[in-house]
Write a protein that binds this ligand. Structure first.
Ligand code: MN
Length: 291
């Protein structure tokens, strides 16, 4: 089961200047990862050509994730807000394509943040129509979309694997997959095993984030790792598995606040990334031995 091991850019840096990009990409490769997940949350200022050159230099693959803001929320009832959201998603898609990646993931379908009420019918339809539209654009560049459901404090559109699969069946595009993140699953799912099985059975298990319950170092929180790795092994998951972790040590102007990163959970990015890869590899190997 050759999983592609990735690491989120925020483990290294909150910005993407040429110096920051070089350090993040070189450090990811040095720590033994196959891929870096970039976060072109503001895609207009993102230098994709520079990113592509650095990736090639260091032999690293790339994926991209983002979440939308209040102002670009495609689940809004306001057509102007939805239009701005579509423009942002389209720009992020271009950044990923020009950087050389094939999977765009994250909260592509709504704002990343707390909502004051449940989603409206019109808002949900706007979100679904936008994802269908984006999927068709993505298909032209051979790109897959992976929708990351989040816990209830970060979106009101989808909070569980089943809700994600239901949304995907309405969208009805072959290149739209479910993106499972252990941090969110830990808050919302009744069973990690059932969630993985359901996504795989639907043929839509497309992306995985491994994140600890407090978003710090893997193995130091309350995620049921042996269960999760066993479930992935059982269904033969061979996609991208990105380590995601946040600390007040590395701050992104908007993302860190959207995710409520108020505490310092680690200071040494290199040790954190190296340990996470060893933890993930050994967890998968143990699951394979037991399988
Ligand atoms: Mn995530």
């Amino acid at each position: 089961m050759p999983v592609t091991h990735g690491v989120h850019a925020l483990v290294w840096t909150g910005g993407w200047s040429p110096e920051e990009a070089r350090r993040a990409i070189a450090s990811s490769a040095e720590a033994g990862y196959d891929l870096i997940e970039i976060a072109p949350i503001d895609p207009t200022g993102f230098d994709a050509d520079m990113t592509a050159r650095l990736l090639q230099e260091h032999g690293l693959a790339v994926s991209a994730s983002l979440g939308l803001s209040e102002d670009t929320d495609v689940s809004s009832e306001d057509p102007e807000v939805v239009a701005r959201g579509r423009q942002r998603l389209s720009q992020a898609l271009d950044v990923l394509r020009d950087s050389g990646g094939t999977v765009l993931c994250g909260v592509l379908y709504s704002k990343l943040g707390k909502y004051a009420g449940p989603a409206s019918e019109r808002g949900r339809a706007n979100s679904q129509e936008t994802i269908a539209w984006l999927a068709d654009k993505a298909a032209a560049s051979g790109i897959t979309l992976a929708l990351e459901f989040c816990n209830r404090y970060e979106t009101n559109i989808m909070n569980t694997t089943q809700e994600t699969l239901d949304f995907i069946s309405v969208v009805d595009r072959p290149n739209v997959m479910a993106h499972l993140d252990t941090y969110h699953m830990n808050i919302e799912e009744h069973s990690f095993t059932e969630a993985v099985r359901a996504a795989a059975a639907a043929g839509r298990l497309g992306y995985v984030h491994v994140g600890e319950s407090h978003r710090g170092a893997l193995g130091t929180g309350s995620i049921p790792w042996p269960e999760f790795f066993s479930a992935l092994t059982e269904v033969g998951y061979d996609g991208i598995m990105t380590f995601e972790s946040f600390s007040s040590e590395v701050v992104h102007r908007t993302l860190s606040n959207d995710l409520a990163i108020w505490r310092n959970l680690w200071t040494d990015s290199k040790a954190l990334a190296r340990d996470a890869l060893a933890f993930t590899r050994s967890g998968l190997e143990a699951a394979a031995r037991q399988g």
